[in-house]
Design a protein around this ligand. Structure first.
Ligand code: SF4
Length: 352
């Protein structure tokens, strides 16, 4: 598609928004965002930003449907990577032990419980630098088991070597999660054991294998608003926009280097969600970690800004998540319905 404006740096906000909105009605999306564009959107007056994001959101999604995923840690703790936010890193001193890979029976039971609770996608996370071959065999069996229950499957296993994404695809994997975490500039403040480029290489392997990419990041780690914009620009200029874009609010876990960081104003997360919606209009934008610390009004604003996916269930890997009855009450209060699987599958196949 052709946007009427190539650079939005010098425009007024009204022109910026009117330049974006009509341009996304012809079924294609923009991949040539600049950091200047992203920062201009992120800096827009809040009401303009949210109005534009909600308007665009309604062009591609039912505004009252939210997709529900469940996340299970299949291998917890003892990770050799040094991600500063993570309770599972062996470099950090969080109170999380190192477990072995979960059994297939335990995974099946958890997936069944998630399905009964209304989840349409079952995500499995392992605290590895990347999977070893024998680990991959076991994870492939888990993927096949989840698929046999009629659910979408997603895994997050760290960096993938050549050929590993193809094996996951052959097992029936629908989504691979691998976050870029933050802007390329701020990245080295957070992780030293794997580079930003390593992450992009794994994303390319996933994409080349024909697996849907789930990729987002974390806000509230001490980065600037410009870093958050630059992270979104990096996501929105990938060869294909990620089908799912999880945006996490940092959960400051005791024993991690970020334990004592000042909490980010939730309005900044809402700005990031709205900017993600404008830049990647057909992607599912997931309001991920940090919901336990948010009140209903904050979450409602996140949905208004274009978030249309959440994790459902009491635990997110090792941190807390709202209880299921709390989320049900929130959905009821807002008149929000869980999105049927066929609706987000349609959204996925229609992307690009
Ligand atoms: S975020 Fe993932 S890769 Fe980083 S330390 Fe935690 S489990 Fe390991």
């Amino acid at each position: 598609m052709v946007f009427p404006v190539r650079s939005i740096a010098d425009m007024t906000i009204q022109n910026i928004l009117s330049a974006i909105l009509p341009g996304n009605t012809d079924g294609t999306v923009r991949h040539d965002w600049t950091e200047t564009d992203a920062r201009a959107l992120m800096d827009a007056p809040f009401n303009d930003l949210i109005h534009a994001a909600q308007t665009l959101h309604r062009q591609h999604f039912d505004a009252n449907e939210v997709q529900v995923s469940t996340l299970l840690s299949i291998k917890t703790g003892g990770c050799p990577e040094d991600c500063a936010y993570c309770s599972q890193s062996a470099h950090n001193e969080a109170d999380v032990g190192a477990d072995k890979l979960m059994s297939l029976d335990a995974v099946r039971a958890a997936a069944l419980r998630a399905k009964d609770a209304g989840a349409t996608r079952f995500c499995m996370g392992a605290a590895w630098r990347g999977p070893k071959e024998r680990d991959l065999d076991a994870v492939c069996d888990m993927i096949a088991e989840v698929k046999s229950l009629g659910m979408e499957s997603c895994v997050t296993l760290g960096l993938l070597d050549d050929g590993q994404a193809d094996r996951l695809k052959d097992a029936g994997l629908d989504y691979y999660n691998h976050n870029i975490d933050t802007s390329e500039t701020f990245y080295e403040e957070i992780i030293s054991t794997r580079s930003f480029a390593d992450r992009l290489d794994t994303l390319a392997r996933v994409r080349d294998a024909g697996i849907n990419v789930c990729c987002g990041g974390i806000v509230g780690m001490g980065e600037t608003r410009a870093d958050r914009a630059d992270m979104l620009q990096a996501l929105a200029t990938l060869p294909d926009h990620p089908k799912s874009v999880p945006l996490n609010m940092l959960v400051a876990v005791p024993g991690t280097p970020l334990a004592d960081i000042d909490p980010l104003d939730p309005l900044e997360l809402i700005r990031a969600i709205a900017t993600a919606r404008l830049m990647m209009p057909k992607s599912m934008v997931r309001l991920s970690a940090g919901r336990l610390e948010m009140d209903a009004a904050t979450q409602a604003l996140c949905f208004l800004a274009g978030a249309n996916s959440i994790f459902y269930g009491d635990t997110l890997l090792t941190t807390g998540n709202p209880a299921q009855h709390t989320d049900k009450a929130l959905f009821d209060k807002l008149g929000v319905r869980p999105m049927p699987a066929e609706n987000h599958a349609d959204a996925v196949t229609a992307t690009e």
